[in-house]
Every structure is written in C-alpha cells, then in structure tokens.
Ligand binder design. Structure first.
Ligand SMILES: CC(C)(COP(=O)(O)OP(=O)(O)OC[C@H]1O[C@@H](n2cnc3c(N)ncnc32)[C@H](O)[C@@H]1OP(=O)(O)O)[C@@H](O)C(=O)NCCC(=O)NCCS
Length: 145
C-alpha cells in the first residue's frame, strides 16, 4: 500500500478534490456547487491523501500572520471515514507545518468533528459560528513543538 500526501496535480485530480469537498462539506447542507471554492483557494496550500493513487482525504492550509496557519475543508469520503485516513492527513499537515516553521495550527471544527481533533491533541478554545445557520463550529488550536 502506497500512501502519498501532496497537492492534486492533474485536472482530473483537481476535479476529484473539489468534488469530494462539495459532496462531504457543502451538498449535505443544501448548498450549490458555486459555494465549493473560496477566493483563498488560489493562494492556499492544498493537501490530498492518496492510497495507491486513489483519493482518500483532503484539506487546505491557509497561512496566517505570526507563524500560524488555519486548516480548512477537511474531508474523508463517507464510506471511508473511521479508517484512519483523516488522522494520517492531519499528522502529515503537522509535519509540513513544522518543516515550514509554522508554530500553531488553528481550525474551526464542526461539532461532529470536535472529538476527532481532541484525539489529535487540539485544544477546544471557544464556540464560534453557525455555518449556513446549521452547523455549529468550535475554534480549536494546536501548538507545534
Ligand atoms: C472528521 C473526519 C475528517 C475524521 O476523519 P476519519 O478518517 O473519519 O477519522 P480517523 O479514522 O482518522 O479517526 C482518527 C481518530 O479520531 C476518532 N474519531 C474520528 N471521527 C470521530 C468522531 N466523529 N467522533 C469521535 N471520534 C472520532 C477515531 O476514533 C480515531 O481515534 P484513534 O486514533 O484513537 O483510533 C471525517 O470523518 C469526515 O470527513 N467527516 C465529515 C466531514 C467533516 O466533519 N469534516 C471536518 C470539518 S471541521
């Protein structure tokens, strides 16, 4: 089994990347395909976990000021959740951050994912926004050593 964490490269890989983001994070909230990207997608760093070239998990990293970064749009396909792909991807992001002198990761966790991030040693800081009036989010952070 060959695991790779890298940015999508070909048109087909980018299509699969945004398709997974849409299916897992936007469609279930009744949002149209036009909501799948944000302006920052052009400048952010994108990560996809491939197992034997098959897409398994995705996320985006937005660099912030003061040596920090925000993780956004973490998703694993429904039938592949709970198999460790999300954890492997998040640990890969941590390695990337350490190599790039990023000292702190923050993220807005959906309520259903708070325990996932707690299991990765993120700290729960505050209850924050209600996305599309539906999904409660929580600010969570992790200091990297
Ligand atoms: C949340 C998500 C990214 C987690 O990825 P995953 O591949 O399913 O999780 P993993 O299998 O890597 O789990 C890693 C650990 O977190 C725990 N965990 C995962 N999801 C959990 C959940 N919803 N509640 C409690 N614990 C959870 C696992 O038990 C596991 O613990 P272990 O390391 O002690 O075995 C994924 O389930 C997902 O895409 N969910 C839907 C979209 C979403 O909510 N994205 C996050 C937006 S902030």
């Amino acid at each position: 089994m060959n695991l790779e964490i890298r940015s999508p490269q070909t048109d087909a890989e980018w299509n699969n990347y945004y398709d997974l983001r849409y299916r897992i994070l936007r469609k279930p909230l009744g949002q149209p395909m036009s909501t799948v990207k944000t302006e920052e997608d052009d400048t952010a760093t994108h990560f996809a976990l491939y197992e034997d070239k098959q897409l398994r998990a995705i996320t985006r990293l937005d660099l912030k000021e003061n040596s920090g970064a925000q993780v956004r749009f973490v998703a694993v396909d429904t039938e592949l959740q709970g198999k460790g792909f999300g954890k492997k991807l998040m640990l890969g992001i941590e390695e990337y951050c350490k190599q790039h002198k990023i000292q702190k990761i923050e993220l807005q966790a959906r309520e259903n994912a708070v325990d996932f991030y707690l299991s990765l040693d993120y700290k729960l800081i505050a209850k924050t926004n209600l996305l599309f009036g539906l999904v409660q989010h929580y600010l969570m952070t992790k200091e990297l050593k």
